[in-house]
Design a protein around this ligand. Structure first.
Ligand SMILES: [Zn+2]
Length: 159
């Protein structure tokens, strides 16, 4: 499935799109830069809706209304991390943890979680693999033993 995703997208976008196509998240938000037209055309072929803004962000979804809503919330001034996280299908606990640290703290949170040891069923939620596009999840788990994330990762690996 991942072979059909445009090769110019960052590897992390592959994880996002893959989860979307498997029905494990309602929408995927990607940075596409100047290639809004291209991603729109690709989305159409896949049967997905695409909303893009002038800043180079695109949201893909099986629902046109959802894609537009995510983009609207994203562009709204102020704090909207919780609303956005819900719309992108992230677990509530992880969305709240991410909202607490804010956009500026998310990389540090990711590093802190990634530095922990992932055992057993939690091996699939290691965020270290996300940037390389090998992660099972498209969000930073709130901890190395987040049950909601492990469930999601397990569903994806079953597909
Ligand atoms: Zn969590």
């Amino acid at each position: 499935m991942t072979g059909r995703i445009p090769s110019w997208l960052p590897p992390s976008a592959v994880t996002d799109i893959d989860l979307l196509m498997l029905g494990l998240k309602p929408a995927a938000r990607l940075y596409v830069g100047e290639r809004g037209r291209e991603i729109r055309g690709w989305a159409r072929v896949q049967g997905l809706f695409c909303s893009a803004d002038r800043d180079g962000y695109a949201v893909l979804s099986r629902s046109g209304a959802t894609a537009r809503r995510v983009l609207d919330v994203d562009r709204r001034p102020g704090r909207h991390a919780v609303a956005l996280g819900r719309m992108l299908g992230y677990p509530e606990c992880c969305t709240r943890a991410a909202a607490k640290v804010g956009d500026e703290g998310i990389d540090a949170m990711c590093d802190a979680v990634a530095a922990r040891r992932f055992r057993g069923k939690f091996k699939g939620i290691d965020p270290g693999a996300y940037r390389a596009g090998r992660a099972l999840l498209s969000h930073v788990p709130c901890s190395h033993n987040c049950g909601a994330s492990a469930k999601l990762a397990m569903r994806r690996s079953e597909c």
